[in-house]
Design a protein around this ligand. Structure first.
Ligand code: IMP
Ligand code: MG
Length: 172
């Protein structure tokens, strides 16, 4: 894969270490529970796959898909549901898994949607958080890395659907 104009920002070994730490917290917090991890497609697929393999408590997995940015680096400010859940979340402990929280709009939309189904609890896990860019008031329970307001790719994150396969995280 051509990597001109992109700089490594977070190395695979750093990601791996953080995911282990984050999973250890989840394992403690969900001791004796059976959470459902809900991955937000497409970006979260690699993070979720790595995270889940460090989880020791019984758990289930499902996915939701929202409309993306298209080929732009800037949020359209509009969210649409492209794929709904297949599982029943009523009375269940839910962990929403995102690749990155930017403005927070997508996550706010998802939380609102999930809460209508009356889960027992909802928490949020994200690989990356652009804290300075977050405008919507959401509580993020598990974060691997807080990053500056730069556009990043790799490890599941794309620009115009490219670069998801890179093992590390790169600044475009
Ligand atoms: P938000 O709704 O503004 O928080 O945007 C969240 C979604 O935008 C994420 O799930 C990503 O799909 C996408 N996104 C935001 N920032 C980046 C980035 O730096 N690289 C790749 N995708 C991004
Ligand atoms: Mg996403």
């Amino acid at each position: 894969m051509e990597k001109t104009n992109i700089q490594v920002y977070i190395k695979p070994s750093q990601i791996n270490k953080k995911i282990k730490e984050l999973a250890a917290k989840i394992n403690r917090d969900y001791h004796n529970k059976t959470p459902i991890f809900i991955g937000i497609l497409n970006g979260s697929f690699i993070f979720l796959a790595d995270l889940i393999r460090e989880i020791k408590v019984k758990c289930e997995i499902d996915f939701m898909k929202l409309s993306s940015y298209g080929d732009s680096k800037i949020s359209s400010g509009e969210v649409k549901l492209l794929k709904d859940l297949n599982c029943n979340v009523k009375g269940r402990d839910i962990i929403l898994v995102e690749d990155i929280i930017d403005t927070g709009l997508s996550m706010k939309y998802i939380v609102k949607l999930i809460k209508k189904e009356k889960p027992a609890s909802v928490r949020i896990a994200t690989l990356l958080h652009k804290k300075e860019a977050t405008k919507h008031n959401i509580r993020i329970d598990y974060t691997c890395f807080v990053i500056p307001n730069k556009f990043v790719v790799g490890y599941g994150l794309d620009f115009a659907q490219k670069y998801r396969n890179l093992k590390g995280i790169y600044v475009l």
